[in-house]
Write a protein that binds this ligand. Structure first.
Ligand SMILES: Nc1ncnc2c1ncn2[C@@H]1O[C@H](COP(=O)(O)OP(=O)(O)O)[C@@H](O)[C@H]1O
Ligand SMILES: N[C@@H](CCC(=O)OP(=O)(O)O)C(=O)O
Length: 282
């Protein structure tokens, strides 16, 4: 029985791991206020991993969501400059919260605000990597967001604002992390949008992004999220292309990250089975 349970465990090899959390997990949908319990548990979880010797990077959305709350707004303004101003306000508030909560666990954090063009130029890419390495080698947890207040070249700036799903996969690839864990407000990838289709079912493992998987991925249906499943699949595609893996799971309780890294088969796993077999010695 115990042996069976062991076999059911997924062996996840990780030295460096990137955890991405979306706005819809950080903001209470009903009130628009920050979910303090989520931030607290995230700080606990990542500090626990850090103490175990893992090198962890957090990619956190939420700047605009927190900015909206601080400015007592209920809807995201249309104008890009207004959104960028909200990000400038919210990012500081968000980092204040993270700094406080991580310091409760004795963990130092550092902030990296990136734009996609950092990855386009070899020199800036190298500098970003050097910074990540310097932080991680000193046991600091880098907290990354897109530099929303100045970004002008993002994917589709007129309808969505940036895309931390893909950014998190780009960071994972840059720093050589095998594993990306994406926390969202949903249990994983379903064969169709579960908010629209009652008969949608969870896909536990995805080895390659077939047309039917892609067809089933819709946009966000929450007030605060941006890319929905489409950008998460693009992130998964990047991880698979680099030989890595991604787990998409529900971030309602970020301690789920510890269970995933302990091998529990939670959420949707995107990876190559041969790699898992090789690690398992099959
Ligand atoms: N096939 C699908 N499986 C799961 N969720 C889906 C799917 N298609 C669309 N979605 C939507 O994607 C949302 C998550 O994306 P998003 O709101 O951008 O979250 P986040 O803020 O975590 O990035 C879900 O709440 C769900 O409504
Ligand atoms: N950079 C933006 C969020 C961009 C983004 O990808 O949002 P989400 O879909 O909630 O992960 C912010 O901090 O508000």
């Amino acid at each position: 029985m115990e042996e069976q349970a062991m076999q059911d465990k997924r062996i996840i090899k990780y030295g460096r791991v990137v955890v991405k959390i979306g706005t819809s997990s950080l903001i209470h949908p009903a009130t628009g206020k920050v979910n303090l319990q989520t931030i607290e548990r995230l700080a606990y979880t990542l500090s626990a991993l850090n103490n175990q010797g893992a090198q962890v990077v957090l990619v956190s959305s939420g700047a605009i969501g927190v900015g909206l709350d601080r400015m007592h707004l209920t809807a995201r303004p249309e104008a890009i400059a207004q959104q960028q101003a909200l990000a400038a306000i919210g990012q500081m508030e968000l980092m204040n919260l993270y700094t406080q909560r991580f310091s409760d666990y004795g963990t130092q954090v550092g902030q990296l605000l990136l734009t996609h063009d950092v990855f386009d130029y070899p020199l800036s890419k190298q500098h970003a990597l050097d910074t990540f390495n310097a932080l991680l080698d000193q046991g600091v947890v880098p907290i990354v967001n897109e530099n929303d207040s100045v970004a002008t070249d993002e994917l589709d700036h007129h309808t969505t604002f940036g895309d931390n799903d893909q950014l998190s996969a780009m960071v994972a690839t840059l720093i050589g992390a095998d594993t990306l864990i994406v926390l969202s407000d949903i249990d994983g990838l379903f064969d169709k949008d579960p908010n629209k289709f009652a008969d949608a079912h969870l896909l536990h493992e995805v080895e390659h992004l077939s047309a039917s998987v892609i067809m089933g991925a819709g946009g966000t249906s929450t007030r605060f999220g941006t890319g929905g499943m489409v950008t998460k699949l693009r992130a998964a595609e990047r991880m698979l292309a680099g030989g890595g893996q991604m787990v998409l799971a529900n971030g309602a309780d970020p301690r789920i990250v510890l269970r995933i890294l302990a091998g529990e088969r939670l959420g949707t796993w995107f990876g190559h089975r041969e790699l898992e077999d090789a690690v398992n010695g099959n």
